[in-house]
Design a protein around this ligand. Structure first.
Ligand SMILES: [Zn+2]
Length: 77
């Protein structure tokens, strides 16, 4: 039995042979698409918060947490 290790391309689900140049992707294009997905969806933290109200709220929570020190888990009332 010849065992050929295969994997499906994470992007387009095409079967890719191990040892392929772009393994585990079927092509350079699919690899870039996958990287793009990570860049846009996986690292949301790197994008600044634009909502001033949200920033205000966060500041308030921080203050309350520091001075209160009750150790709540951040639940709003
Ligand atoms: Zn692919």
């Amino acid at each position: 039995m010849a065992k050929v290790k295969t994997l499906r391309c994470p992007t387009c689900k095409t079967i890719v042979l191990a040892g392929s140049e772009d393994f585990p992707f079927c092509s350079d294009r699919c690899r870039l698409i996958d990287l793009g997905k990570w860049a846009s969806g996986g690292y949301v933290i790197s994008s600044p918060v634009h909502d001033p109200e949200l920033l205000d709220e966060l500041e308030g929570l921080k203050d309350r947490g520091r001075s209160g020190g009750v150790g709540d888990s951040g639940d709003k009332e």
